[in-house]
Write a new protein. Structure first.
Length: 384
């Protein structure tokens, strides 16, 4: 029975239903739009020339948008190069047997796509379509490379960029994020675990001498996620509510700037949550917010002079500067929940370089503040 499971369930078991539905829906709209755009540009004769290879490309772009095989250059280059090779083999009449011609077109397409760094499986279909598509396709000659192949490829790339932007955490084309390497994320917190560098991962991939249909960034993220899960298993059930600072200092929207600043200085903290009258989190104010507004609105020889002028309350009924905390606070982009495992906070603390994070309950009320140092200390105590 094990071989049956391996045969029929090789992938997708861990993909959410919403992700599957989104991929299918965007694939539908992509081909729908592609068909009608082709009709508008070319006319009624367009649909017979919509290549089957573009359907395969759509599966890659909308179901696996982060795959190296689905990126714009492989889609465009793989389709065009393979179609060009197919047309060239037909035009040269080197192989009169269609089976031999198909084999030659496919093998040459694979080699050239490898060399030009645009390996794209549907490209093989674009090459074979010329040979097996009949006289109607072959009569197009090299025009086949431009339309339908190149036009279809360009359109599917554009549609991929547009549709994949509707979902958070989806990026097409796949981008290298401007942040610390995810291997650093895992290595910094995985005490006792050897920390690898990006070049180590790259060397390992090169040593495999085989094409791996996943980016280096994705592999590093998988490693980081695995290390975080391992840390969670070894640490046990330690949640934010267990190590957070309870009853933290908070500010209201209408608290005066000078009073709030003095509180931050008195308790030697860099920031605090801002809450409404019911205790719900509405933002966060930090010393950086103070410095930014003081620098932008006041002149002075030193930062202290600018800040002193900024903190001084206005005497009139109107003011040309901020007067209360709510006018300078920032959005609380990262929030922890009291029943959240502390290991889940590691990527946020590492990537965003936060030192403190507000903690809320199920109703969104601020119940504490958790410090980066407290998370690290808890992990060290438990010898993670």
């Amino acid at each position: 029975m094990q071989w049956i499971k391996r045969f029929f369930l090789p992938i997708s078991a861990n993909i959410s239903f919403s992700e599957k539905l989104f991929s299918a829906t965007t694939g539908f709209f992509a081909i729908f739009c592609l068909g009608y755009i082709s009709l508008y540009v070319v006319g009624e004769q367009a649909l017979p020339y919509m290549t089957a290879s573009i359907g395969a490309a759509a599966v890659l772009v909308f179901a696996t948008p982060s795959s190296p095989l689905a990126q714009p250059w492989p889609v465009l280059g793989g389709q065009i190069i393979s179609a060009f090779i197919g047309v060239s083999i037909v035009s040269s009449q080197l192989f009169l047997d269609p089976v031999i011609a198909s084999a030659a077109a496919l093998s040459l397409s694979i080699f050239v796509m490898y060399v030009t760094r645009c390996l794209h499986p549907p490209g093989g279909a674009a090459a074979l379509a010329v040979i097996l598509g009949g006289q109607q396709v072959q009569d197009l000659g090299y025009l086949y490379v431009i339309y339908p192949v190149a036009l279809n490829a360009v359109l599917i790339i554009i549609l991929g960029v547009v549709f994949n932007r509707f979902v958070p955490n989806r990026h097409y084309p796949a981008i290298e994020k401007e942040k610390a390497s995810v291997s650093d994320v895992a290595g910094e917190w995985a005490v006792g675990t050897p920390k690898f560098k990006d070049e180590d991962l790259r060397k390992a991939l090169n040593n495999m001498d085989s094409y791996i249909s996943v980016s280096e960034q994705d592999l590093a993220q998988i490693y980081a996620a695995a290390m975080l899960n391992a840390n969670k298993r070894r640490l046990g059930n330690v949640y934010c509510k267990d190590i957070m600072i309870k009853s933290p200092i908070t500010f209201r929207f209408d608290d005066e700037l000078e009073a709030a600043w003095n509180t931050l200085q008195k308790h030697n903290i860099k920031g605090a949550p801002v809450v409404d009258s019911y205790g719900h989190l509405i933002g966060i104010v930090t010393t950086t917010d103070y410095m930014r507004h003081a620098t932008g609105h006041h002149s002075g020889n030193t930062m202290q002079e600018k800040l002193r002028k900024f903190l001084k309350p206005s005497t009139g009924l109107t003011s040309d500067k901020a007067e209360v905390v709510g006018q300078i606070m920032s959005e609380a982009t990262s929030v922890a929940h009291e029943n959240q495992h502390i290991v889940d906070l590691i990527p946020v603390f590492t990537e965003k370089r936060f030192h403190h994070m507000p903690v809320v309950d199920e109703k969104g009320k601020v119940v504490g503040v958790i410090a980066r140092s407290a998370v690290m200390r808890s992990m060290l105590i438990n010898r993670i």
